[in-house]
Design a protein around this ligand. Structure first.
Ligand SMILES: [Zn+2]
Length: 271
């Protein structure tokens, strides 16, 4: 059993030294999962965009990735996301832990529960038409606390709470779209947070995201445009912090879950 899965976003394609590569067959396709020691225990790792960043956001096999974790009996999922900032206070280089999201994707299949598919979750069958709840916490509070405690131990400045807006892509947003997202309450924008968060909840997996701001979104600071080199420089320096943050978070994640995520399917699981 591997209790923790990590989904690496842009810039994180390898995490484990000498991993075991496992091809996991799921009803949603084959998924390559890397397992091995990281942060003091065996974990499972999936680079969301593939090892060579060959998979665009709209083609990521979100269902396959999370179902592969489910088959490995993972309970906790940590994800990383590179994001643009809608909120001008979040400058490039800032590390942010979102607490809520707005899904503005349009063309993605965002549920396991299409009325027909029957899944197995922790040894029990589940299927039909199921509407999971995104309250009381959109992201797992226990994972978020563990990340914040690890950041504090490192002396790493992390913003606790922000609203992640998921755009469909594949292009970047227009200035008018970013203004609209700001009015809606968004702080950061990316293309991969959804449906990942909801699919994790549909399998009763804990899920939290660590986002790195790589740039201001369109029109946010039109007079302070960063060069590509500056962005990449900020990003690569932050990647070391991000891997250390992940490694230090793992031992802080409680072995027993006492968050609401584990009960997301309680009334639907059949023996
Ligand atoms: Zn949880």
């Amino acid at each position: 059993m591997v209790r923790i899965g990590i989904i690496g976003g842009s810039g994180i394609y390898r995490l484990i030294e000498d991993p075991v590569v496992r091809e996991i067959s799921t009803p949603f396709g084959e998924v390559k999962v890397y397992t091995g020691m990281f942060g003091g225990e065996e974990i499972a790792f999936i680079p969301r965009h593939g090892e060579k960043h060959e998979i665009p956001p709209f083609k990521v096999n979100y269902k396959g990735n999370l179902y592969a974790f489910n088959l490995l009996e993972v309970e906790r999922v940590l994800a990383t996301n590179a994001v643009g900032s809608i909120n001008p206070k979040l400058e490039p280089g800032t590390i942010v832990l979102p607490h809520d999201l707005i899904d503005l994707t349009r063309c993605r299949n965002g549920t396991f529960y299409d009325g027909k598919t029957v899944l197995r979750v922790r040894g029990k069958e589940v299927g039909g038409v199921i509407h999971v709840s995104m309250t009381p916490s959109t992201y797992c509070p226990e994972l978020r606390s563990s990340i914040l405690a690890a950041a504090k131990e490192m002396g790493l400045h992390v913003i606790d709470g922000s609203v992640y807006v998921c755009a469909e892509g594949n292009r970047f947003e227009t200035p008018a779209e970013i203004r609209a997202m700001s009015i809606l309450g968004g702080d950061i924008v990316g293309m991969t947070g959804c449906p990942e968060v909801a699919l994790a909840r549909e399998l009763a997996l804990c899920y939290a995201s660590i986002a790195i701001v790589t740039n201001y979104a369109a029109g946010v600071k039109s007079n302070a445009k960063l060069t590509h080199e500056e962005v990449m420089d900020i990003f690569s320096r932050r990647l070391d912090d991000l891997s250390e943050l992940l490694a230090r978070t793992i031992p802080r994640i409680p072995k027993e879950r006492s968050c609401p995520c584990k009960d997301a399917l309680r009334e639907f699981l059949k023996d």
